[in-house]
Design a protein around this ligand. Structure first.
Ligand SMILES: C[S@@+](CC[C@H](N)C(=O)[O-])C[C@H]1O[C@@H](n2cnc3c(N)ncnc32)[C@H](O)[C@@H]1O
Length: 581
């Protein structure tokens, strides 16, 4: 009977062992049960747990069978009602006897639950469960959030959009907007071609492409729309020379950069992409993903190397013209991943406990169980996929100060590369301190003024980014008082910054990106006059103040008569178009 006890022990994780669910099961040499059987039982039971929890509570099973814990009850009920071979134990085993005593009532309650959920047959219910529909209804009714589509970038290093539409997505229907796929169930074969980022598709949130040949071979890459902004905004051209990705792992932006470079550089001198990654474990993932994407002929990985220690004056970087920086951040913009599983446990008394199993390899705290208001949450990964960023918890103010200090250091370090003419700076954070706050400080830094760095104004951004309506904003009380820019300049900088909001109908995570360029008089003729940014700001239509609007005064420019501030949410429809309200 070790199967159920061992599965319950894996879920309880008493040693707070690190690693994903899969790795903890497969690496555990002490298990008596087959790893595959154990993993299948837990992941299947989790899919059904919302219904089974209810069934078990209505039967009062836990009150009558003292030998059963909530986890054991759930696992056994799953196998009793849904497994082909029933409960996997010999006929006289104490757990089997305990659950069999309630077979008739459990079956009857299960039938009632199916009908309550509106499914005429078990097959119909099974399909809804497989597609995560019941889970979605439950979660969305609590959060009222928009669903997050499955974003898929077609890897042009290997294939093309037309080839993928004719193969991997053969038979799929073209949707006319992202909301059509956002609310579609996994079985609906629909795609939406993104209007802002080339070679990007949105698919229904629960669609499982992880077993597709295209994913396994790297022809398609799972990458959030917002995460595609930096490489696209950097807009590397053949005459930009080599490129550095200063904070590369797991490597989505690196392979995107490599694809853009390769696509545009058919005949010109071969450009390299140097990919720095300080963390050795993440660097191993970077190596794997770069290889899988066939980007290894373009990308030179610097495993375990600190970008801050890269010498800008070294011969190796003499031709570096563009730098992408996506440094570690608070991760506050990250949305819950669809690859997480939720396990709802029956409550011994009334109410329910919920066990959430999320993908995450690194943090032990993702395996802890917390209890509040009758709910138990266990954070545990399914697979060993390293996320682009891991959200930071606790002591926010201190963390933001430490993070923004590091982010400014890394950004000003990039500004030292003698031939660099373009930089993008991005985070998956929603905090001003890590975003516009860092951009403003970098703009007034000594290195920016010595080398002639300035913000890339909206009107000069690549088309899709120029068209993106959600822009940066100012939180004056958080701005470093040394940022001595006038009101119009601040407004121009905010309008040049790009933001994505999480949980909106756009289907992105929370994200920030800005690009910097160098002035022509500092040796780079980028056909940009130094007044472009301000002109860009002046072009914005000023809509004036509405009654009750809080006027934000720039600290250095108290006389300023206009203001721009964090956009208010205007219902669920859309982000604010400009920094002005
Ligand atoms: C937000 S993640 C990058 C995500 C990546 N750009 C992507 O799209 O997949 C930040 C990464 O930067 C690495 N990092 C942080 N500081 C670094 C430094 N000084 N030099 C090199 N890598 C660094 C972290 O280990 C982490 O893997």
């Amino acid at each position: 009977m070790s199967l159920y006890y061992e599965a319950a022990a894996v879920l309880a994780n008493p040693d707070s062992a690190g690693g994903s669910l899969k790795s903890r099961i497969y690496r555990n040499k002490d298990l008596k049960t087959s790893s595959a059987q154990l993993f299948a039982l837990i992941s299947e039971a989790s899919k059904w747990s919302l219904i089974l929890k209810d069934v078990i509570e209505r039967c009062g099973l836990l009150a009558e069978e003292k030998k059963l814990t909530p986890t054991l009850a759930l696992l056994l009920t799953h196998d009793l009602l849904l497994a082909k071979c029933g409960v996997a134990a010999h006929a006289n085993h104490v757990l089997k006897l305990a659950i069999l005593r309630h077979k008739a009532r459990l079956s009857a309650e299960f039938t009632k639950a199916r009908i309550r959920h509106g499914h005429a047959t078990l097959d119909a219910l099974r399909q809804a469960v497989e597609e995560g529909e019941l889970e979605e209804v439950d979660e969305l009714s609590k959060k009222k959030a928009h669903r997050h589509p499955r974003w898929v970038r077609v890897n042009t290093l290997q294939t093309s959009m037309s080839e993928q539409l004719a193969t991997t997505f053969a038979g799929y229907e073209k949707a006319s907007n992202v909301q059509e796929v956002q609310w579609a169930s996994a079985s609906v074969k629909k795609y939406f071609e993104d209007p802002h980022i080339p070679n990007l598709l949105a698919l229904p949130p629960k669609v499982d492409l992880s077993k597709s040949e295209a994913y396994a071979n790297g022809a398609i890459i799972f990458q959030d729309k917002a995460s595609c902004f930096p490489a696209y905004l950097l807009d590397v051209r053949p005459d930009d020379g080599d490129v550095i990705d200063g904070c590369a792992a797991p490597g989505n932006k690196t392979t995107h950069l490599a694809a853009i470079v390769a696509e545009r550089n058919m005949h010109a001198k071969r450009q390299k992409v140097f990919a720095y990654e300080r963390d050795q474990i993440r660097a191993a993932t970077l190596q794997k993903l770069v290889k899988r994407a066939s980007a290894d002929s373009v990308v030179t990985i610097k495993p375990g190397a600190d970008f801050l220690a890269a010498n800008p004056d070294s011969e190796e970087f003499a031709d570096v013209g563009a730098i992408l920086l996506d440094p570690s951040c608070s991760g506050s913009g990250i949305v819950g991943r669809d690859d997480s599983i939720m396990m709802h446990l029956p409550d011994q008394a009334m109410g329910a406990s919920v066990v959430t199993c999320k993908r995450d390899k690194k943090r032990k705290r993702d395996h802890t169980m917390t209890q509040s208001n009758n709910s138990t949450t266990l954070h545990m990964g399914l697979d060993d996929v390293i996320p682009e960023e891991t959200p930071v918890e606790g002591q926010l103010a201190e963390r933001l100060t430490a993070l923004s200090t590091f982010q400014l250091r890394i950004l000003t370090h990039a500004m030292r590369f003698p031939k660099a003419r373009k930089i993008t700076y991005s985070t998956c954070s929603v905090h001003f301190e890590e975003n516009e706050g860092v951009v403003f400080q970098a703009l007034v830094s000594e290195i920016a003024s010595v080398r002639g760095w300035r913000i890339l104004p909206r009107n000069l951004q690549v088309q899709g980014m120029k068209d993106w309506t959600q822009r940066g904003f100012l939180e004056p009380e958080k701005l470093d008082p040394r940022v001595d820019l006038d009101h119009l300049q601040k407004k121009a900088v905010c309008n040049a910054c790009i933001r994505c909001e999480k949980g909106t109908e756009e289907g992105t995570m929370g994200f920030f990106v800005a690009a910097f360029i160098r002035n022509a008089e500092f040796g780079f003729d980028s056909n940009i006059s130094s007044n472009d940014a301000v002109e860009d700001a002046e072009e914005d239509e000023w809509q004036g103040f509405s009654d009750g609007d809080e006027i934000i005064k720039a600290p250095m420019q108290q006389q300023a008569s206009t203001a721009f501030k964090r956009p208010r949410k205007k219902g669920r429809r859309g982000c604010t178009a400009t920094v002005d309200e």
